[in-house]
Ligand binder design. Structure first.
Ligand code: SF4
Length: 267
């Protein structure tokens, strides 16, 4: 049995950056200040657990905290949250990924210019919640601005754009806000699928970009499984398989990919 790993494994730029920001803050402030992240700093429970051991506490609202330092996660935070942090006099460190910031700035400009803003993405995801808060109350308009969540699957995005183009519009502005890392990871996964009879997708079950990779794998018809950690990998999946592909999300540590490959080799 051959094991092939997709190019583009390991943390993306935005995830590495957010972890570095959190670790520097923990080093600098530990023992002197309480440090929180607003939502999981990245969507990988094992990495969040490691940071918890170093002192980073995850909060989902500001009600219970008085003072301290709050780090905004790589996904960004709603405007109201940022305003509340400032109003409460809490120190703020912004670890929003620059690609997410870029999408936020587009939404700000579209709003200023009176466009109806359509965000293609998962409405419950923190990145989309933050974008929606910037867009504010949308009014129906013949001037339409369209952006996608940075981790969107390109095919999904194109399908949604086609539907929007059926509307009565005077102008449509479409932005490709799918980040480079997401595009490369999805392409590498598609290439690998052509040459595999089993795919293992590694990453947080709450990670949007990992879920997109999993969706691509399932839709390809190749037997595919999504796992977060090595004990989840089941020996029976490999019966009769000759070529196993491994792909991983942007917030999956290399160490987890290695552990899972070692487990498969032992089978
Ligand atoms: S997946 Fe893209 S947008 Fe999300 S954190 Fe990584 S680089 Fe930034």
């Amino acid at each position: 049995m051959k094991i092939k790993v997709a190019r583009c494994a390991g943390f993306c730029f935005g995830v590495k950056r957010a972890i570095n920001i959190a670790e520097s803050a923990l080093k600098e402030l530990k023992g002197r200040d309480r440090i929180y992240s607003f939502g999981a700093i990245i969507h990988n429970p094992q990495v969040v657990e490691e940071l918890f051991k170093k002192g980073l506490r995850v909060i989902n609202n500001l009600e219970k905290i008085k003072g301290g330092t709050v780090i905004i996660s790589s996904h960004g935070a709603p405007l109201e949250t940022v305003e509340d942090i400032k109003r409460k006099g809490i120190k703020l460190i912004d670890a929003t990924c620059p690609f997410v910031k870029y999408a936020q700035n587009i939404v700000k400009d579209l709003k200023k210019d009176g466009y109806e803003i359509i965000i293609v993405g998962d409405s419950a995801h923190p990145e989309v919640k933050a974008l929606k808060s910037i867009a504010g109350k949308n009014k129906k308009s013949k001037k339409i601005g369209v952006i996608s969540q940075t981790t969107q699957n390109k095919e999904n995005y194109i399908n949604e754009i086609k539907k929007i183009l059926n509307r009565d519009f005077s102008e449509v502005k479409i932005f490709n806000t799918i980040c480079n890392d997401t595009s490369k990871r999805q392409s590498a996964t598609r290439r690998l699928l052509e040459d595999c009879d089993l795919m293992i997708v590694i990453g947080g079950k709450n990670s949007a970009n990992t879920k997109r990779l999993w969706q691509i794998c399932k839709e390809s018809g190749v037997d595919s499984f999504h796992v977060e950690t090595e004990p989840e990998v089941n020996k029976n999946w490999f019966n009769g398989k000759k070529r196993v592909g491994i792909t991983s999300g942007a917030s999956t540590p290399d160490s987890m990919v290695k552990k899972i490959i070692e487990r498969i080799r032992r089978f």
